[in-house]
Write a protein of this length. Structure first.
Length: 245
């Protein structure tokens, strides 16, 4: 694969992930939507199905959709990010750049889909919540720990899953994401993906959203650094155990 194909694949897959993921959050928390007050499980399943769709869209590049996955594959010592795509710094940068750009565009599309609901009166934190994660109890160190643990589970599963007898592919990772959200998503909203949080947060800062307030940049490092560390640890532990697929 050319780097252009890698970029396009990851860009489109991550854009679909964020369109559906940010979309389900908007449907649950913005005023006057059909899904208003649908609850956290609706959000969890929406994100899981967003991953399911995004993985299929980005199949040509291995469907990382997430810098933590890219870093985890690198840390695990794999030779290729995807068939024909060597693990090296240049290719890793292309993956991560595409994921960040795709996440920002996906969030923009979700905003356009819910434009009239963003125009309604709502707390600025609610509107930010469509784009970016935030803690229920703000404690940067413990919020960081939560993101590390949740992302470790995701990336460890991704790295070792090729060795399991049940080859369920995109459905498997979708269910893992739903499970992480249901069990570990309570403290921080489970970013588990630096691009999922940073790309949309940048979009929130730039878009002319009515009554939007600030983008909470003081917290923004947690859903970037936590998943990055968790992804690397997931890859390293899988390699140490000899379970890398």
């Amino acid at each position: 694969m050319s780097l252009g194909q890698v970029f396009l694949s990851e860009f489109l897959g991550t854009a679909v992930l964020l369109l559906l993921g940010a979309g389900v959050v908007a449907n649950v928390i913005l005023p006057k939507t059909k899904g208003f007050n649908g609850g956290t499980l609706m959000i969890n399943f929406g994100w899981g199905l967003g991953v399911f769709a995004g993985v299929y869209v980005a199949f040509k590049s291995g469907a990382h959709l997430n810098p933590a996955v890219t870093l985890g594959i690198w840390a695990a010592g794999k030779e290729e990010f995807a068939p024909g795509v060597e693990v090296n710094a240049v290719n890793g940068f292309v993956y991560i750049a595409a994921q960040m750009a795709g996440a920002a565009v996906g969030a923009l599309l979700a905003y356009l889909a819910y434009k009239k609901h963003f125009d309604q009166d709502a707390d600025p934190s609610v509107k930010l919540g469509v784009f970016a994660t935030g803690p229920e109890v703000r404690s940067y160190g413990w919020n960081f720990v939560t993101e590390v643990l949740a992302t470790f589970v995701l990336v460890f599963w991704v790295v070792i899953s090729g060795n399991t007898p049940a080859q369920i592919g995109p459905l498997g990772v979708a269910l893992v994401v739903v499970g992480i959200g249901a069990s570990l998503g309570g403290p921080t909203g489970y970013a588990i993906n630096p691009a999922r949080d940073l790309g949309p947060r940048i979009a929130h800062a730039l878009l002319p959203i009515r009554g939007k307030g600030g983008s909470d940049w003081a917290y923004a490092w947690v859903p970037v650094a936590g998943p990055a560390v968790g992804g690397i640890l997931g890859g390293l532990v899988a390699a140490a155990l000899g379970w890398v697929a």
